[in-house]
Design a protein around this ligand. Structure first.
Ligand code: ATP
Length: 654
């Protein structure tokens, strides 16, 4: 017994010595691998700050401390993921299993863990609490490196088969065993995918811009001179600040340009770490990596469209879902509007792409919707959306086959098409598309006559479509941005805003009166200010929710409650509970008004608000950063005024 104990002790001593040696070796080679403890300390600091600027500064410092092999891991972990968003790689450990792992690692009973969870509402805090009060201490405590933590979560994600649950919990308990209380807080949050840090991709890009501004200043002398010429400030100190700001902005632009065609900030950060700004040149569009979609602006009449972009390609606007198809010989990958891999959902499109796309390598984009071959009519969106499913895929594909209307091409035989004008891209698209039943080009006309646009619009609406999208024939494919290359014109709904608005929930109010039983009486919602990377309040919403909606909402939101206002939220109203910006709702309203109580687009004391907002649906397909932006709200406000003035004119004339 004693012999075994001494041998065990000896092993631990040896183990600790080996760890120390490894650290010394890394130190001698000047490789400073990061311990997970340091990362957790940064996460803690990030969670403490309320200003986004400070948060970005801390992230920049954190990323500077990592070595090339770790920077991507640190980025993914900070967002509760195991890879870039489009891979959808999550550890996938439900709350129940996390509770069980915490119990195993700490010696507490599962029931005790569950009670603590009910009290604290966050498994991270539960893990931290029990870790500081551990009933059993592990002899083999290992100092955790970022790599080790990441690798364990990868194993958790990959485990499958009969014993997978056990393997997952073992991996998790192993990490929790070695973790300090602070580390435990974040380790428990990673598998749930909610780090409660609010680090979105824009914040990471800002941090990368901070890190590489100095390099830009030193290397890009010509461009820096140009920037210096454009400075407006007169005083030396202020000029310096303006220069710094502009350089940071420029570096941010360079990073974002690459992010739009290669949305993997982990890999981009790694290239930057290894090769500096020069590394960005190696980031190119690639088969299998989704390109961020170009977005449409709004205008309210055909005249305005022609005034803005002249002769244009006017396409029917189909109400289905947007898909990006990547073809590499016989291999087809399909991405959704949110850049998720949805290939398995659309077997008929895979077959059709193999037959109809005459190219070895190609990336194309279009809108898919269910089409009733019998009546030759498009099915409504409610039918099409049934095709986004995990089960009974083949059955539904037979019941509601999709038709894909292509409208763009981004890559052909290894050649980037995005920089070519639309007119040329459209011709190429027509050339590579073989006639067939499933894939077709969008119906379109080319014109500079507003009357023809109106006729085409009416025709489309009669066919049950949403309206039209007019496209600038000279424009390149502008990934990830809403520019006037595309302009949408939709059916208008009398007495309402002619488009719905997508808002992010930032807080909620307790139910009172009849709603007390649901625990939720209303929502505080916000639009997204993409320039500031902030969520600005725009409406309190209390209608449009069914009783079932209220119950579901309360359940969802209770899990994302935060004690303080989250760092990226800007609101002067105080809801009963703040929540992480996570859930997006589609709302309709009568109009946009100016309001002193909301912060959306606030200037001179007034922000914008939605008048009589009502919930239409959950937008589970949208991330908070894809909510309607403040800029769009301002434009919609102006257009709405314009429409009213037009209306008044008509009345006067009558
Ligand atoms: P957005 O995609 O602009 O964030 P949204 O999801 O609310 O907003 P809409 O405002 O209705 O969508 O309009 C844009 C969408 O219309 C495109 O993203 C695309 O899915 C769809 N669409 C339908 N027909 C076309 C077309 N011919 N060309 C481009 N997009 C089209």
């Amino acid at each position: 017994m004693l012999a075994r104990f001494t041998a065990g002790l000896f092993n631990i001593v040896e183990w600790r010595k080996a760890q120390k040696k490894l650290r010394l070796l890394f130190g001698a080679l000047n490789i400073n691998y990061m311990r997970f403890r340091e990362l957790a300390e940064y996460f803690d600091k990030i969670q403490q700050v309320q200003s986004r600027l400070k948060m970005t500064g801390i992230i920049a410092e954190m990323l500077q401390k990592t070595i090339a092999g770790e920077i991507e891991l640190a980025i993914y972990l900070s967002q509760g993921r195991l890879g870039p968003g489009y891979l959808g790689l999550e550890a996938g450990l439900g709350e129940k299993l996390v509770e069980e792992s915490i119990a195993r690692a700490s010696g507490f009973l599962r029931k005790e863990i569950n009670e603590k969870y009910k009290e604290l509402g966050d498994l991270g805090l539960v893990a931290e609490f029990v870790s500081s009060k551990k009933k059993q201490q592990s002899l083999y405590r290992e100092e955790l490196s970022v790599k080790k933590v990441f690798e364990n979560f990868e194993k958790i994600a990959k485990a499958s088969g009969a014993k997978s649950q056990d393997i997952k919990m073992k991996m998790m308990a192993e990490l929790l065993n070695s973790a300090t209380p602070l580390e435990a807080r974040f380790i428990a949050r990673i598998p749930i995918g909610n780090m409660r840090l609010g680090i979105g991709d824009p914040t990471i890009m800002d941090a990368l811009a901070i890190i590489h501004s100095k390099e830009f200043f030193q290397k890009e002398k010509k461009e820096v001179e140009e920037i210096k010429k454009s400075l407006k400030e007169k005083k030396e100190e202020k000029r310096k600040e303006e220069l710094e700001r502009k350089i940071k902005f420029r570096v941010r632009e360079l990073v974002e340009e690459k992010y739009n065609i290669f949305p993997d900030l982990g890999k981009i950060a790694r290239m930057l770490k290894e090769k500096g700004l020069e590394g960005l040149k190696e980031v190119t569009i690639s088969i299998g990596i989704p390109i961020r979609p170009t977005l449409a602006e709004r205008l309210s009449s055909a005249e305005e469209i022609v005034e803005k972009i002249g002769k244009c390609l006017v396409e029917q606007k189909y109400d289905g879902f947007r898909l990006q198809l990547h073809k590499d010989k016989e291999k087809i990958i399909i991405f959704s509007r949110q850049s998720e891999n949805v290939t398995h959902m659309f077997p008929e499109l895979i077959e059709a792409a193999k037959k109809q796309l005459r190219a070895r390598q190609v990336v194309v984009e279009g809108e898919a919707l269910a089409f009733n071959e019998a009546t030759k009519e498009y099915f409504p969106f409610q039918v099409t959306i049934q095709r986004k499913r995990k089960y009974e895929i083949q059955e539904k594909a037979k019941e509601f086959p999709l038709k894909l209307f292509l409208f763009d091409i981004m890559l052909l035989e290894n050649e980037n098409q995005m920089l070519l004008p639309l007119e040329q891209r459209r011709k190429t698209l027509a050339k590579i598309l073989k006639e067939g039943e499933t894939i077709a080009l969008t119906n379109s006309i080319i014109t500079d006559d507003p009357k023809k646009i109106d006729e085409f619009f009416e025709q489309s609406v009669e066919q049950g479509l949403e309206g039209i999208i007019a496209k600038d024939l000279k424009a390149k494919y502008i990934a990830g941005a809403r520019k006037f290359a595309w302009i949408k014109l939709k059916r208008s709904y009398k007495g309402e805003l002619n488009d719905s608005v997508d808002v992010t929930i930032i807080g909620y109010y307790k139910g009172r009166g009849k709603r007390a039983q649901f625990g939720l009486g209303g929502l505080l919602t916000a639009v997204y200010n993409s320039k500031k990377d902030a969520f600005e309040s725009i409406a309190k919403i209390g209608t449009g929710m069914s009783e079932q909606n209220l119950v579901e909402l309360e359940k969802m939101l209770a899990k994302t409650k935060t004690e303080k206002k989250p760092a990226r939220v800007e609101s002067e109203l105080e809801p009963d509970y703040w929540v992480e910006p996570k859930y997006v709702l589609e709302v309709r309203a009568d109009e946009i008004t100016k309001s002193p109580i909301h912060t959306a687009g606030k200037a001179n004391g007034d922000g914008f608000a939605l008048r009589f907002p009502r919930m239409v649906s959950f937008r589970a397909d949208k991330k908070p950063e894809q909510s309607t932006t403040t800029e769009e709200i301002i434009k919609m406000f102006r257009q709405q005024k314009h429409v009213q003035i037009e209306g008044e004119k008509v009345e006067q004339m009558a």
